[in-house]
Every structure is written in structure tokens, then in C-alpha cells.
Design a protein around this ligand. Structure first.
Ligand code: ADP
Ligand code: MG
Length: 451
């Protein structure tokens, strides 16, 4: 990543005319009359500012209608701003919704040439790359058929193949990756990685929290046309989830708390972990409690009738710890106070890496199989016994309580990054990577060549 700005968005706004009756649009065209006579204006994007550095991958999340596609179209120049400015430096390849850019009557091959030239490739470059593009799209004989005969999956395959074979400086993707099978998605992610490694800037809208956390350096949260949070992907995604899972009547409060949140992290690096105080008590097994080891990224969802309290880790003897010894057993525990009547209640946990990757978790019953019915005033203590089969490093834990409601299983309380812990360095460790599969290594000599 460099210190060069790739995309600069300043006080960007976009309004659309809204016609209350279909014929008003026509009336506006043929008899404009006094200004604004036949329409109202709707602000799809309002005062949005941010910059993306060259080589950065930035994810954009937000509810439907929050202005994500509008923002991408303004960046790509397929829409013009009503206010503010956008500057994008370099060649942009875009995969916008509905795969704008293909002519339905032309064949796949013809569209590759048409689309490729729009992306700034010469005829010669396209001749050289055509086979790669066709191979990537992998749609067989359909490449010679008119695009209108394609399924949406084939369409997106071809559009993607052209876009990512155009060696763009900036790659813009609007939820296109959610189409297509997983194998194709993996192929696309691998290619996006290669494009990033080549130094390009990637901007993408995705519904997949996992993809944003895994791929992005930073993320932006749009809501009702406003940029309400930006920062590390993990941080932004937890706000996004908090927003979409909030009960309707709490949404406004949640939105305001996110907007005014002082926790907006503008940097690229993760700042969740603040080094603790040095006075560490060392009992025999080595596990101990470090005062300063507190998650700074805790997001508490709006309660829907239960409250998780005091999530923490203990030794089997009940001593509170957060610096663990690899391979030892511990108990992750929390209490739950109930304020509602709820059925099929389950209690859950999840252990995640620093980047938010979900390593593993557990629930008190399999999905759909809990027979627990709770009532106001009840208090539960939940204990998850687990073995710390993990590499030395820092980990985060979620806590959640679900119940069955009309619209399926929902969280009645949830805390993301409820607790954090470290696994202490272990010089005798043979395992590599985050998870320790208790691999038994055996090496024996078979034969020795005569000297
Ligand atoms: N051409 C348009 N005319 C009128 N309203 C539009 C137009 N394009 C988008 N909008 C409105 O702007 C808002 C943002 O849309 P969009 O950017 O597509 O959201 P997202 O991609 O986040 O779902 C929506 O309410 C949408 O209905
Ligand atoms: Mg959209």
C-alpha cells in the first residue's frame, strides 16, 4: 500500500427525482414548467467523504437502499454527482449490478471485445487475452451465443472474466460475487488477491461479512445515504450487524449510537489490543490474569429479552484467567438474566482470531433441538469447557443467546468480542497455524546409502 490517493470522495451527494405518478415523468419532459413541478427529490447519498489509498482493498456494507450502488456508480462515472466531487486515478474496471456494459444481442465473444475496449484495452491486447478470458469464464460454447440467452450465472462469469483480465488500477465490484457457485467465487477471490498484490485498489460491496473481514483492509458502513462508520472491517461489520439485527423500534437509537460512536477507527491497523499492565501473577500452571487485556471492540447488541452478564474465562478450579497455556482446559462462562418468555433457547460461544475469522464455537443444543423455555426473572449460568488447542496469540470470544420467534431463530442477546484472551508463547510447540490438531509427528530412517 502506498501513500498515494487512488479514490478521493469529497462531500459527495446524489439526489434522484421521484415522480409520484408514472405520467409525471413524461409531463416533466414535455412540459417542464416551473422548477420541480412534476417531481420531488430523493437524496440517495448525502455528504459522503473518504479516501482510498492506492493498493488498499475497501469493503462497503449497508442495508438495501443505503446508497452503495449509487456510490459505486458515481465513482465509476456512470452517474454524475448532485453535490461534491469524486476523483479516481487510473483505469477502472467495474462489475456493477446488472452487469452494465453488455449488449444482449451480441455474442459473448463480441461483448468481450466491446466491453474490453470500454475498459481501455486495445484490439491487440484483447486478441492476446481472449483465451484467458474465455477460460476464466468457463461457459463453453455459450461464448459464441448471444448474451441474452445466458443465465445470470453465465453472465456474471463473463463480466467478471473481462473485468479482472483488464489489469485495472481500480477494481470496483458491486455484490456481483454473491452470484455464481462457490468454486467460481473462490476463483474470483483468488484473482482479486492477485490484482491486489499487483498493487491495484479494490472497492467492493458485499453482503458477506466473512469476505469483507478476510479481504479488506478497511470497511465503510453506509446507511440511508450517509457514511456512518468507517474503520477496520471487523469493527465496521459488528456495527453493521448491530444495525441490521436491531428490533425496528430500536434502530434509530442504534443508528445514532453508531454515528456518534467515538470508536470509529480511521487507521488501517487493528487497535483492539492494548497492552496490559506488566504486573502479571504467575501461578504454577502459568495461566494468569492480565488487567489490561480487555477487548476494545466489544459490541453489545440490543437485548430482546435476555442479558448476558460477566463473560469471562476461568480455570477448572474457578480462577479467572485471560492468559492461557496451550493445550490446557478452561471454562468460558457467562450469566444470562431473562426478561421475556422465550422458547427453544440456546446458549452459544465462538472463538475468533484477531482478524475476526471464526475458529470454532459451540451451542448448548443443536439448532432446532432445544426444549428450553425461559420466563422473566430466571437467571442462568452457562459454562463451556474447552481445550485451548491454539497457537500463541490473541483471540476473541463472542457470547450469544438465541430463541425461536415467528421469523425463525433470533438472538435475544449477543455480545461480539465479549472477552479476549492470549495463549502464551510455547517454545516446545511443534504445531503451526492457529489451530493445533494435536498432530503426532514420527520420523524414522528407512535406509542409508553407502558412502
Ligand atoms: N435512478 C434512480 N431514481 C430514483 N431513485 C433511485 C435511483 N437509483 C437509486 N435510487 C434510490 O436510491 C437509494 C439508494 O439506492 P442504491 O444505491 O441502489 O442502494 P444499495 O445499493 O445500497 O441497495 C434507494 O432508495 C433507491 O431506491
Ligand atoms: Mg446495490
Amino acid at each position: 500500500m502506498s501513500s498515494e490517493v487512488s479514490i478521493q470522495v469529497s462531500a459527495l451527494g446524489k439526489s434522484f427525482p421521484i415522480y409520484d405518478k408514472p405520467h409525471h415523468r413524461l409531463m416533466q419532459m414535455i412540459a417542464p414548467g416551473p422548477k420541480d413541478r412534476w417531481y420531488r427529490t430523493f437524496r440517495a447519498l448525502n455528504d459522503v467523504s473518504f479516501e482510498v489509498w492506492r493498493g488498499e482493498t475497501v469493503g462497503i456494507v449497508g442495508r438495501n437502499g443505503s446508497g452503495k450502488s449509487t456510490l459505486l456508480q458515481l465513482i465509476c462515472g456512470t452517474l454524475t454527482p448532485s453535490a461534491g466531487t469524486v476523483q479516481a486515478h487510473g483505469r477502472i474496471a467495474a462489475l456493477l449490478e446488472l452487469g452494465a456494459g453488455f449488449n444482449p444481442d451480441f455474442t459473448g465473444r463480441e461483448n468481450v471485445y466491446l466491453n474490453g475496449s470500454l475498459l481501455g484495452l486495445t484490439r491487440k491486447e484483447l486478441d492476446e487475452r481472449f483465451d484467458d478470458i474465455a477460460a476464466f469464464a468457463d461457459i463453453g460454447e455459450f461464448i459464441e451465443q448471444p448474451v441474452k440467452s445466458y443465465s445470470s450465472g453465465m453472465y456474471i462469469r463473463l463480466a467478471f472474466a473481462v473485468a479482472i483480465n483488464s489489469t485495472p488500477d481500480i477494481l470496483v465490484i458491486d455484490e456481483a460475487l454473491s452470484v455464481g457457485d462457490e468454486a467460481f467465487q473462490r476463483k474470483c477471490f483468488a484473482r482479486i488477491d492477485a490484482i491486489r498484490n499487483a498493487g491495484a485498489t479494490v472497492l467492493f460491496v458485499s453482503h458477506s461479512a466473512g469476505a469483507v473481514i478476510e479481504l479488506c483492509d478497511r470497511a465503510l458502513l453506509l446507511d440511508r445515504g450517509e457514511l456512518i462508520a468507517k474503520g477496520t472491517p471487523k469493527h465496521v461489520i459488528s456495527h453493521y450487524h448491530k444495525l441490521i439485527y436491531a428490533p425496528i423500534d430500536k434502530q434509530e437509537t442504534v443508528r445514532e449510537s453508531i454515528r456518534s460512536s467515538t470508536a470509529v477507527i480511521h487507521g488501517v491497523t487493528s487497535t483492539e489490543y492494548v497492552a496490559g499492565s506488566p504486573e502479571v501473577v504467575e501461578p504454577e500452571d502459568g495461566a494468569c490474569f492480565e488487567e489490561g487485556l480487555l477487548p476494545q471492540s466489544t459490541v453489545r447488541y440490543v437485548s430482546r429479552g435476555a442479558t448476558i452478564e460477566d463473560p469471562h474465562i476461568e480455570t477448572l478450579q474457578g480462577r479467572r484467567v485471560n492468559v492461557l497455556r496451550r493445550g490446557q482446559e478452561y471454562i468460558y462462562t457467562y450469566q444470562v438474566a431473562v426478561q421475556c418468555v422465550a422458547a427453544a433457547v440456546r446458549f452459544g460461544m465462538m472463538i475468533k482470531t484477531l482478524t475476526g475469522f471464526e475458529l470454532g464455537g459451540a451451542a448448548s443444543a443443536p439448532q432446532g433441538m432445544s426444549e428450553l423455555i425461559v420466563a422473566p426473572g430466571q437467571l442462568f449460568v452457562v459454562r463451556f469447557r474447552f481445550q485451548a488447542q491454539l497457537a500463541p496469540g490473541t483471540y476473541f470470544m463472542n457470547a450469544g443467546v438465541t430463541a425461536f420467534e415467528e421469523d425463525g431463530e433470533t438472538f435475544i442477546d449477543r455480545i461480539v468480542d465479549a472477552a479476549m484472551f492470549k495463549v502464551m508463547p510455547d517454545p516446545y510447540r511443534l504445531s503451526t497455524g492457529a489451530a493445533d490438531f494435536l498432530v503426532d509427528v514420527d520420523v524414522s530412517e528407512l535406509a542409508r546409502e553407502a558412502a
